[in-house]
Design a protein around this ligand. Structure first.
Ligand code: BEZ
Length: 255
């Protein structure tokens, strides 16, 4: 999937993505000084948190813009641009940590991704990851699809949101032992008040929306807001609440 990241806007408006990621750090079960890769490090905020926990860290991301932002914000840490399916570390990792990344990688590439994670871990090394699970943002994406269809455009989202069983089996196929796994709903308040939903669509499904002319984009966004308001608008907090579902796994390379 080819997502164009706007590193500044992402950092300002969508900080929940890496803030929620902090909860996953506690699943890493390693002594201080262990080598931890932050795969899909984005703006580097979680790479910093990993370092604060006492790990030696490296951040990799497919987006050059994100890598530049991370390197500017955390000049004492190392970040590199790399493809999750093909990177090769000089030192095998004790842990590969990844938050909110795997759903951007096409389903057809998931076996190659799992195999590449395996080969970059030392025997006994851990994979700790979280990403969108089955049903993730289902109401939002279904309505976006209906709005696009209403304007004569076919929409098929390319995100990988697997069931727990599907992804656990895929990791096992690559040689991992899955130790712990959860699929859970995580309703997520969006920043920006009334603008929150449309900002989210522009950031995370902007490529689809951008296929419409500006006036039609506005029509589609207004249509989405009208249909989704009864389900996803929180009148007490005056914010939109996205229907996130997360898949969280801890797996070990055993050999
Ligand atoms: C997510 O982070 O869960 C997500 C990203 C893009 C589209 C939908 C959901």
């Amino acid at each position: 999937m080819n997502q164009k990241w706007q590193a500044e806007e992402y950092t300002k408006g969508f900080s929940f993505v890496y803030q929620y990621g902090e909860n996953i750090l506690s699943l890493i079960d390693l002594p201080k000084g262990s080598f931890c890769l932050d795969l899909g490090c984005g703006n580097g905020a979680l790479t910093r948190r990993l370092q604060e926990q006492g790990y030696r860290v490296l951040g990799l991301d497919a987006s050059g813009e994100m890598v530049s932002k991370a390197a500017a914000d955390y000049p004492d840490l190392t970040f590199r641009q790399a493809d999750a399916r093909t990177f090769l570390l000089e030192e095998a990792a004790d842990c590969i940590f990844s938050n909110a990344v795997f759903h951007w990688i096409d389903e057809a590439d998931q076996p190659a991704l799992a195999q590449n994670l395996y080969r970059n871990l030392r025997p006994g090394g851990q994979l700790v990851c979280e990403f969108g699970g089955k049903g993730n943002t289902g109401a939002i994406l279904a309505e976006l699809g209906r709005q696009l269809a209403g304007q004569g455009m076919e929409y098929r989202h390319g995100f990988y949101f697997p069931s727990l069983g599907h992804h656990a089996a895929l990791l096992e196929e690559a040689g991992f032992s899955v130790r712990q796994a959860w699929l859970f709903r995580r309703p997520t308040p969006l920043a920006g008040g009334e603008e929150g939903l449309r900002n989210w669509v522009r950031m995370f499904a902007g490529e689809q929306l951008g296929r419409l002319e500006p006036a039609r984009q506005e029509q589609a966004l207004a249509g989405m807001e009208a249909v989704l308001r009864p389900y996803l608008w929180d009148p007490e907090k005056s914010c939109w609440v996205a229907d996130y579902v997360r898949l969280r796994l801890q797996a070990v390379r055993e050999d």
